[in-house]
Design a protein around this ligand. Structure first.
Ligand code: UDP
Ligand code: MN
Length: 272
């Protein structure tokens, strides 16, 4: 029996990020999730982008862009675009669900990860840059209007130490680092591609266990042109080649035909 009160949630505020969200949704379906799929989008996305998301997701919810208006801090990070990630906080208003897993639009789901719903709020994996902070690209949460307004209040009073959602969420769920090890997701649920460079031997040993890859940072797979040649085996442990393989896989999923909503017959597409 599918758990209709639990959902995977992602977010896209531009057509480019919609490409990422589409891949998130397609991969979750491909790997047979029993949970609902929700994408939050901003009003500016194109009709085409919206239609393709509607094909894969159970709900496409339009939300307003919430900017942290904290340009100074964002400037430190060199990522003025990240203010928009405050829009992520809207996910706490999805109270039609009791528990959700948020996935950044730049994640690539490699297998079924429904077991994440066994975790509690706020579960997340360590950030590769500062492992006492969690990375907010993948996290388990419980929608609640109360938590949502407390988060907004916190943002208003204290801002965010990195100008984005991750700083705010870490300050808010401040005992994550030490309180409950069950809330520490294994790194394989949020394997940031930068780790391939920073700790190649660990990637060599554990990389094959990866369940969710995260294209964290400025370079996203949709910025890299799709090379249609078949992927060759990685014979050498070359970081660039490993990343290229993940990007190729991302594009393959982007173009893959997906059996959409589980209970609908597949002929839908053939008759169009
Ligand atoms: N996002 C978006 N539009 C933007 C920037 C970010 O929709 O212009 C959303 C998207 O879901 C994205 C998430 O916010 O995955 C976090 O941003 P990003 O992944 O770029 O940050 P990083 O993981 O690289 O720190
Ligand atoms: Mn991300």
């Amino acid at each position: 029996m599918p758990e209709a009160d639990q959902a995977f949630v992602t977010l896209a505020t531009s057509d480019a990020y919609c490409m990422g969200s589409l891949v998130v949704g397609k991969c979750l379906r491909k790997h047979g999730t029993t949970r609902k799929l929700v994408v939050m989008v901003s009003p500016n996305i194109s009709r085409e982008a919206r239609l393709s998301l509607e094909d894969v997701f159970d709900e496409v919810i339009v939300v307003d862009i919430l900017d942290s208006r904290d340009r100074a801090h964002l400037f430190w990070l060199g990522r003025p675009d990240l203010g928009v990630t405050f829009t992520k906080l809207h996910c706490w208003t999805l109270t039609q669900y009791t528990k959700c897993v948020f996935l950044d639009a730049d994640t690539l789901v490699l297998c079924n990860v429904d077991e994440l719903f066994e975790r509690e709020e706020l579960s997340a994996a360590p950030d590769p840059g500062w492992p006492d902070c969690f990375n907010s690209g993948v996290f388990v949460f419980r929608p609640s209007l109360e938590t949502h307004s407390r988060l907004l209040e916190h943002a208003k009073m204290c801002g965010s130490f990195d100008g984005g959602d991750q700083g705010l969420l870490n300050a808010f769920f401040s005992d994550w680092a030490i309180k409950d090890i069950n809330k520490h997701l294994p790194f394989i649920y949020n394997l940031s591609t930068s780790a391939v460079y920073t700790y190649l031997p660990a990637f060599h040993k554990y990389g094959h266990q990866a369940k969710i890859v995260h294209f964290l940072g400025k370079n996203k797979p949709w910025h890299v042109p799709y090379k249609q040649q078949p992927s060759t085996e990685v014979t050498q442990w070359d970081s660039n080649r490993i990343l290229e393989q993940y990007v190729n896989l991302w594009w393959a999923e982007y173009y893959a035909h997906t059996k959409t909503h589980v209970d609908e017959p597949d002929e839908r597409h053939d008759s169009e």
